[in-house]
Write a protein that binds this ligand. Sequence first.
Ligand SMILES: C[S@@+](CC[C@H](N)C(=O)[O-])C[C@H]1O[C@@H](n2cnc3c(N)ncnc32)[C@H](O)[C@@H]1O
Length: 223
Amino acid sequence: MGWVASLAASPSLPTIYATVRSTPMIVSLKSPLSPLEEQIKGNVTLIVIDSCDLFIFPNATFTHYIRNFGIFYILDPVAAVGEAHHTLRPGGTAALTMWNINGALDLIHRVQRHLRPEAALWWPQEAEWNRGWTLRDVLVAGGFKEEAVRMIEEEEWTGPEDEEGLMNSFSEDYWEDANKATVSGGEREKWKNAVRECLSEGEKESGGVRMVAWIAVATKAPD
Ligand SMILES: C[S@@+](CC[C@H](N)C(=O)[O-])C[C@H]1O[C@@H](n2cnc3c(N)ncnc32)[C@H](O)[C@@H]1O
């Protein structure tokens, strides 16, 4: 949604339909307290709908379809891509992202193993999603021609850029569920110390974690 808001704030003011299945997501975005609320006014319409059945949009409506680190949450990703394909205009572009290397989750898993080796790894990623060809195959199964799908890999070390800040950011509330799944009672101090011990040399030096993304850019065949 942050990405949607930045697009909405761009000078060319595209018309954007932001769709999601979960009502709370939309409610929080529409909240007058939301920092995004001002930016998304005007040219963004928020709709609660299942991405696998975009029945409210006619065929060939959109110039672009964007799904940023979201396709792997959808139970039927091929159906979602099928909907992207039929709502795109001929020549339109779909851009979807997926993690190749998720350094943040990798650090969390290292911390979990350090604290309790037998702990079930939190939010285990479906291994096949980490391979670029899964994303490509889903796009092709959803209707895009194989030769019209371009896979791009982008790497970035991301974080607060200092070791202490990185340790603190991986000890925040956001990771509470992983903490609780590992240490009974989710003791914060124990978790924080483990994060410190588990940081790799690269993470200490950069104050960030290594994230490598797959970006799939697919063009719908012109008529
Ligand atoms: C981690 S968020 C990523 C959102 C993202 N930035 C994007 O571009 O889609 C995953 C979202 O997918 C939504 N979601 C999962 N299955 C869905 C479906 N079948 N239809 C619509 N939204 C769905 C969830 O409600 C959640 O808000």
